[in-house]
Design a protein around this ligand. Structure first.
Ligand SMILES: [Zn+2]
Length: 118
């Protein structure tokens, strides 16, 4: 083992061990380290969030509001289109097939609750 390698952080300028940097290994095995240390990255994310907090929250709400109906509708359509495939899988997962065979009640109950499952 050689002396632990260090790297200078682009942001705080400190000479820090490589373990203080996030790393990525490419598909051919080359290791890349972030230019900024983990602490600076965390601060950066935090700062960004603090700065844009209202926008982020607002956008989330807006997206949800605008797409809520679309999302729900999409799920419904998907379910309707794939009903014959989804139902047996889901049914077997929630109720083992022998219960359905011997207990029609459980099956009917499950059917009436399916809206809540999706
Ligand atoms: Zn740093």
């Amino acid at each position: 083992m050689t002396v632990a390698a260090t790297k200078k952080c682009k942001k705080c300028g400190k000479e820090l061990p490589l373990s203080d940097y996030g790393k990525k290994v490419s598909h051919n095995g080359v290791t890349y380290y972030n230019g900024k240390c983990k602490k600076c990255i965390a601060e950066q994310i935090h700062e960004y969030y603090e700065k844009h907090k209202n926008e982020i929250i607002e956008n989330k709400h807006k997206y949800y509001k605008e797409n809520n109906e679309k999302i729900l509708e999409g799920k419904k359509v998907y379910y309707e289109n794939n009903r014959s495939e989804i139902l047996p899988i889901h049914r077997d997962y929630v109720y083992p097939s022998h219960i359905i065979k011997f207990n029609g009640g459980a099956y009917n109950q499950f059917n009436s609750n399916i809206g809540e499952c999706y």
